[in-house]
Write a protein that binds this ligand. Structure first.
Ligand code: AMP
Ligand code: GLY
Length: 296
């Protein structure tokens, strides 16, 4: 197979490295790639959102499979464009990518299909949000609806911080369009677990568990990031809990895909918070994690 990998992170580097070990893979290209991949893949200049260029490259280089690494091209519909032209793609349609691209959509999906998650409200005006925060205790969590590269979630310890965060997102527009709508939700305690699963729309197969470390400074201090480091398998995860993932999360998730008519072929990354017996979903990502993929 001739494979094109879209992206330039450590995640795509791990994907390229692993592909290079497969006897089925004859040639790997990476667009734009990074120098760490150059031993395994031919780097092709171009942006992950230049869809005309990507399509032209796939057509003129007899690419058999395109693997889309990051969320932005998935949410913008790259998989749909390639699939429509008859190409094989690893990565979901734009409609299914809304599970990551809109926090409000993902919360509605979870609620509808009984996937356990934090209690929440969705709000798109600052005035309304001030009323809504009265129904929460502190800390509370404010999430920009749209994609924000790991920076759209703020854990607010007090009302002053909550009001300031809501104003920055809904009035000042510090996250551009991503913060025009927000989700306010209850704070969950426990430990986090990243559960990445292969999914072809009919079957879902979890990979080995993982733990992401989010806060920017040592000793769990400072704001959240997209991920500072990871360990796998998740050292805190008891077997009694992972044995329940299928019933509590994966089956309802697959029911949701079918119910909503979502074409999902790729990786669904389920971010979990586990507290004693309690398993809750924090978020969905519609792709491999970075840096989870490197350790997995
Ligand atoms: P998300 O993008 O929704 O996964 O949020 C990013 C990070 O914020 C998560 O990995 C958690 O560390 C934290 N977080 C999100 N939602 C909550 C919540 N309801 N309670 C506690 N921490 C949260
Ligand atoms: N490390 C979290 C993510 O990839 O979204």
């Amino acid at each position: 197979m001739r494979v094109l990998v879209i992206g330039s992170g450590g995640r795509e580097s791990a994907i390229v490295y692993k592909l290079s070990k497969s006897p089925k893979v004859e040639k790997i290209y990476a667009m734009p790639g990074n120098p760490g991949m150059a031993a395994y893949a031919e780097l092709v200049s171009g942006s992950v959102t230049d869809f005309d260029k990507i399509l032209e490259f796939v057509n003129s280089n007899a690419i058999d499979l395109t693997i889309i690494g990051p969320e932005v091209p998935l949410c913008l519909g790259l998989a749909d464009i390639l699939t429509k032209e008859g190409h094989l793609v690893f990565g979901p349609s734009a409609k299914a990518a809304r599970l990551e691209g809109s926090k409000a959509y993902s919360k509605t999906f979870m609620e509808k299909y009984n996937i356990p998650t934090a209690a929440y409200v969705e709000v798109d005006s600052y005035e309304a949000s001030l009323k809504d925060i009265g129904n929460f205790s502190y800390p509370l969590v404010i999430k920009a609806d749209g994609l924000a590269a790991g920076k759209g979630v703020v854990i607010c310890e007090d009302e002053a911080t909550a009001k300031q965060t809501l104003k920055e997102m809904l009035v000042d527009g510090i996250l551009d369009g991503a913060g025009n709508k927000v989700v306010i939700e209850e704070f969950l305690k426990g430990f986090e677990c990243s559960l990445l699963c292969f999914c072809d729309g009919d079957t879902i197969i979890p990979m080995v568990s993982c733990k992401d470390h989010k806060q920017i400074f040592d000793n769990n201090k400072g704001p959240n990031t997209g991920g500072m480091g990871t360990v796998s398998p998740n050292p805190f995860l008891p077997k009694e809990i992972s044995d329940r993932f299928e019933d509590v999360i994966l089956r309802p998730f697959m029911k949701g895909l079918k119910g909503e008519g979502l074409d999902f072929r790729g990786v669904i990354f389920i971010g979990l918070m586990i507290d004693g017996e309690d398993i809750k979903v924090l978020e969905f990502n519609v792709r491999f994690g970075d840096p989870e993929t490197q350790v997995i």
